[in-house]
Design a protein around this ligand. Structure first.
Ligand code: TTP
Ligand code: MG
Length: 356
């Protein structure tokens, strides 16, 4: 990517407003205007934490991750509701379908947020935002906040600057005048520990962080995180959007033409399935730790056995041995109809490591 391309990047970040609470209010408008707290089983006398609270409840100090009991003490008159993931997932799919109508260069970050790369769209920022906001409102009745900036880092900060139903556009010239005035905690990647560390160094704002030398940051935070803080505090972020889904598992299975009792055939089949899985893993660049063997008997009874390897690996031999360890724990008293092997507990292999 040339420098001029980088300058022209237009990245949009969208984050839904009080998402779970907004979905609940939409389907039960009686809730509108009342404080609403969503979490656990919806019973504030029981264990559980707040998933989210609507803006009315937030006025009482209720926030995500707080114990429900604390939320009840702060705001006993709130309506407490259980988490209904299916409803939120459905609304999530609906608003993301509106985004995909704008461009397919979308990074799905979570249930209520996403990035879009709108660099090549002919429309203005405002026109795109209008299409997104009205499209989402028509489909779901929900509102969102949007940030647009030259990169993901700044776009995410921007979407949080005016909530709810906001639009914030940040350009490079806002780095000094806006980003540098913000508290360090607003910088993506700065959690409570780093915040404490930086405060001990006398650093409270992103601007003060940007005044530190990279050597100083590397000394305090190590080479990779130190360099990250150096660049991020300057609003620099060249990371691309990740538009493809990361797999959660690789699996293969075979149904025999004729049910099998012969151990040799079963073992050979497991070895073949493992070889195919290992080749899939290599192509996508993954290591795995857990191997699960699935066997369906001729009476359709199915069993699974899993083995977790000590370290992540992509070695055909180790994964095959783990699958055989599973097989040893199966009582092969009946004929086998189907065999499946699955690896889970995946880790993406670093590109440098893959080139070796
Ligand atoms: P957020 O976008 O962080 O919060 P929000 O959408 O409720 O409110 P805001 O208007 O400030 O964006 O998270 C999105 C959803 O994810 C939220 O509705 C509930 C869920 N969630 C949890 O379950 N636990 C948590 O700790 C957080 C932060 C969110
Ligand atoms: Mg949100």
């Amino acid at each position: 990517m040339s420098n001029s391309d980088k300058r022209r990047r237009r990245i949009l970040h969208i984050d839904m407003d009080a998402f779970f609470a907004a979905v609940e209010e939409k389907r039960n408008p009686v809730l509108i205007g009342k404080p609403v707290v969503i979490g656990g089983a919806g019973d504030p006398t029981k264990r559980g934490v707040v998933s989210t609270a609507n803006y009315e409840a937030r006025k009482y100090g209720v926030h995500s991750a707080m114990p429900l009991r604390t939320a009840y003490k702060l705001c006993p008159q709130a309506v407490f509701l259980p988490v209904d993931f299916e409803a939120y997932e459905a609304a999530s799919r609906q608003f993301k379908s509106v985004l995909l109508n704008i461009t397919t260069i979308m990074e799905d970050v979570g249930i209520d947020e996403a990035f879009l790369d709108i660099s090549d769209e002919p429309d203005t920022n405002e026109a795109i935002v209008e299409r997104i906001k009205s499209g989402i409102y028509e489909k779901t009745g929900l509102t969102c906040s949007i940030g647009i900036a030259p990169n993901k880092l700044l776009a995410k900060i921007a979407s949080d600057m005016q909530k709810p139903n906001g639009l914030t556009i940040l350009t490079e010239s806002d780095i000094q005048s806006k980003l540098w005035l913000m508290p360090i905690r607003k910088l993506y990647g700065v959690g409570p520990k780093t915040e404490e560390h930086l405060k001990k160094m006398g650093i409270e704002t992103i601007g003060q962080l940007a005044a530190l030398s990279s050597q100083n940051l590397v000394r305090n935070f190590g080479p990779s995180y130190g360099e990250y803080l150096y660049e991020a505090s300057r609003g620099i972020d060249n990371s691309p959007l990740v538009t493809h889904w990361e797999p959660k598992s690789f699996s293969r299975e075979t149904t025999f033409q004729v049910d099998v009792k012969n151990w040799q055939v079963i073992a050979r089949t497991i070895a073949e399935l493992t070889r195919e899985i290992v080749s899939d893993m290599a192509r996508r660049g993954y290591h795995a730790r857990t191997v699960t063997l699935k066997i369906r008997f001729d009476n359709f009874h199915m069993i699974t056995r899993a083995t977790t390897i000590e370290e992540y690996c992509a070695s055909e031999e180790k994964i095959r041995k783990a699958a055989f360890a599973c097989l040893k724990r199966v009582d092969l008293i009946r004929k086998v109809r189907l065999i499946g092997v699955r690896v889970t507990n995946l880790e993406k292999v670093e590109i440098e490591a893959r080139q070796v």
